[in-house]
Design a protein around this ligand. Structure first.
Ligand code: C5P
Length: 209
């Protein structure tokens, strides 16, 4: 195997994006936030006023996604994440996006991919798989603090409800549900800050590579 693949999966607001970015930097690998591709499809439908269940429109939007152009700033809104989890249940959309994600992973020297189904579906042969989780309340509190720090005004209870609903939708869908791969290393960051989670992840990776 000439490329290295590190898979990081986990629920919404688990901190996997930040962790994946730091790992990519540390090991000199490319990084792909695969949630952005589902978000880009959702935003295209929302902008065009098309229903999120419109399979034909969703597949067309998925085909048009350019992984290198998905802008995290534009796609970060909570409503887009929520809408993304709705288009993510459409198998035909997943097939199109997974193919692009696999091509990205194959680009030397390899990549850290974060998402929901990287270790189970996108890159089942990844060199290292980490499943990053944290209690829903802890995740909601982190997300809430982030929003408040940026001057936003939102109820903690609304954020928590949002996260719980997204967990349910992501874990219970038929195609590629969120779950740890059998050979994933579980990392629970409920009682860790990002630096400790990063150190723990590096320990797992150094041991495996
Ligand atoms: O990680 P993020 O919150 O950006 O993902 C948005 C939504 O996209 C998730 O709630 C999930 O439904 C979907 N997704 C997915 N598979 C991935 C990444 C994201 O189904 N690999």
């Amino acid at each position: 195997q000439d490329v290295i693949t590190i898979a990081i999966d986990g629920p919404a607001a688990s901190g996997k994006g930040t962790l994946a970015r730091r790992i990519a930097q540390r090991y000199g690998l490319n990084h792909l936030d695969t949630g952005l591709s589902y978000r880009a499809v959702a935003k295209a439908l929302l902008d065009a006023g098309q229903p999120l269940e419109d399979e034909e429109a969703a597949v067309a939007a998925a085909k048009a996604v350019d992984l290198s152009k998905a802008d995290p700033e534009v796609l970060s809104a909570n409503e887009i994440g929520e809408a993304a989890s709705k288009v993510a249940v459409i198998s035909a959309v997943r097939r199109v996006l997974v193919e692009k994600q696999r091509a990205f992973a194959q680009t030397p020297p390899g990549a850290v991919l974060d998402g929901r189904d990287i270790g189970t579906v996108v890159c089942p042969d990844a060199d290292v798989k980490i499943y990053l989780t944290a209690d829903a309340k802890v995740r909601a509190e982190r997300r809430w603090r982030e929003i408040v720090a940026k001057g936003g005004n939102v109820e903690f209870a609304a954020i928590l409800a949002d996260i719980e609903q997204r967990d349910r939708r992501d874990m219970n869908r038929v195609d590629s549900p969120l779950k740890p791969a059998d050979d994933a290393h579980l990392l629970d960051s409920s009682k860790m800050d990002i630096d400790s989670a990063f150190l723990a992840a590096c320990g797992i990776i150094d041991n495996a590579l």
